[in-house]
Design a protein around this ligand. Sequence first.
Ligand SMILES: [Zn+2]
Length: 150
Amino acid sequence: MKCKTLHKKLIFFLEGDLPDKEQKEVREHLEHCADCAAFAQEMKKTLGILELEKSPEVTPFFYTRVKARLENQEEKAEERVGSPVWERVLQPVLFSLLLLAGIYGGFKIGEPAVPEYSPATYAKNELIPFLNDMQTEPLETFLMEQNNGN
Ligand SMILES: [Zn+2]
């Protein structure tokens, strides 16, 4: 058996989930391969720790609890290097408030609730005055032409 193959099967070996033949192959490999034996020791330790976490009534929350523990460790690490709370929490909140204020402000001055970059706003601010000019001027020209014709 190759070391790589063994590493894949090791967790099942430690749980005793392998067929007898493979269980024996892994055991024999571990007797002759120091690297794999050391790896097996590490994995056994890890499984031992996980085993302590297990208890029948909390099985669904098992991973949540492990995750929480890992996050606590991360938080401690972050405290060491210094991680300002506002960057992680207040900044997104502030951003949301600014966004809301922007939308609210948009409503307040009677603009339609469209972002400033939208084609609709472009049309309203740039195109409509232009169209108004187009509409009034030809009308006047038209009327003048009518008068001239008579
Ligand atoms: Zn090996």
